[in-house]
Ligand binder design. Structure first.
Ligand code: M6R
Length: 357
């Protein structure tokens, strides 16, 4: 039930700190160390390449998950859109392992790939919010998201839960491979839960941003580099699906290769600046669009902020920033949709789970 909340989406955004804590608990052993079913870790270790298959927001989580897994475990990862993979299968490695990411566990496009790769004799993990769902039953292993029911069509808490579980999978696998990580993931996820809380307490800020930047526009752009690019893709999807604003997320460096032609007086550009190694480059991309009249909104992270940034999010571990930087984008989309009188929880033409191919 949504209780006193006007929409499920807002309630589900607010639940994210709680979900983080639930995930940490659910994946901890009695000693407090993060743990994952040994069989799953074995499957990870036996693989020479991991194929992540997903759609929509879950695909965007996969793009971030690739970075987690590759950086922590050194196992190469490919991320594929399920509806594309089915009809245009890439060359597979000798010992592939498949990870299906699906909030509902019912997405037909992903299921089609699962059936196909099972027939080929390969192993699969399903990462899902719904125990007993089709994808969970048909895969060899299941990793649960513990996010609680997600009712709003726009996925929010499932995305951050997917990122957290992907990070845990990566960290536990790395440890098992004898790779020493310079991050204490339980602790970092705790810091993230607190940072999420801070952001959820600052809703008026995001309402103001939505009103200022998005209440009349027909289009909007999200830019970022590295992990911020992937979060920008998710921000654009969120904005499109609930506010019907035509939105595009792209890598800052790609601007000059075409998209900058679309920037005119007043075009909203939301930039994410949470990655130290590319902060200067990103800042110059912001200048490039601002010089052409864009209305820029910069969301940066504490320690990397520059005077005049629109909003500064609390500092978290550099590899894990998507878990917090997505929250401003979820809230901005929510308020943009609200101000435009859209049906936030049930956007037109969309269903919560897409059970047709
Ligand atoms: O249940 P799934 O995670 O498999 O669903 C995949 C997409 O249909 C879903 O993420 C969709 O893109 C959302 N409406 C995005 O908010």
């Amino acid at each position: 039930e949504k209780g006193t909340y006007p929409h499920y989406m807002l309630k589900e955004i607010d639940e994210q700190p709680l979900v983080m804590r639930k995930i940490i608990q659910s994946y901890q052993d009695e000693q407090g160390a993060l743990t994952i079913d040994q069989e799953i870790i074995q499957a990870m270790n036996n693989a020479d390449r991991i194929y992540i298959i997903a759609a929509g927001t879950s695909y965007h989580a996969g793009l971030v998950g690739k970075q987690f897994i590759e950086k922590m475990t050194k196992i190469p990862v490919e991320v594929h859109i399920s509806s594309e993979f089915g009809y245009n299968m890439p060359l597979l490695s000798e010992k592939p392992l498949f990870i299906f990411i699906s909030q509902s566990g019912e997405t037909a496009d992903s299921r089609a790939v699962l059936v196909n790769i099972k027939e080929m004799g390969y192993k699969a993990i399903t990462m899902t919010n719904v125990p007993g769902s089709t994808l969970s039953r048909e895969a060899d292993y299941t990793l649960l998201l513990h996010a609680g029911p997600e009712i709003a069509v726009a996925s929010t808490k499932a995305y951050t839960a997917q990122l957290a579980v992907l990070a845990i999978l990566a960290a536990v696998t790395a440890k098992n491979r004898g790779i020493e990580l310079r991050l204490d993931l339980s602790r970092e996820l705790g810091i993230i839960a607190n940072a999420m809380e801070v952001l959820c307490d600052e809703k008026e800020e995001f309402e103001t941003i939505a009103r200022g930047f998005l209440s009349v526009t027909r289009n909007a752009f999200f830019i970022g580099r590295g992990l911020d690019f992937y979060v920008g893709l998710e921000g654009a999807l969120k904005l499109k699906e609930i506010s019907y604003i035509q939105a595009e997320g792209f890598a800052g460096g790609e601007l000059k290769h075409g998209t900058i032609a679309l920037i005119e007086e007043g075009t909203p550009v939301i930039a994410l600046a949470t990655q130290e190694s590319v902060n200067l480059n990103l800042r110059s991309n912001v200048q490039e669009v601002a010089a052409r009249g864009a209305n820029t909104c910069i969301i940066s992270m504490k320690g990397l902020e520059v005077e005049g940034d629109t909003f500064v999010i609390p500092a978290v571990h550099e590899l894990l920033t998507p878990l917090v930087s997505v929250i401003p984008l979820q809230l901005i989309s929510y308020y943009a949709a609200l101000h435009r009188d859209c049906d936030v929880d049930k956007p037109r033409n969309l269903a919560k789970s897409v059970t047709v191919e």
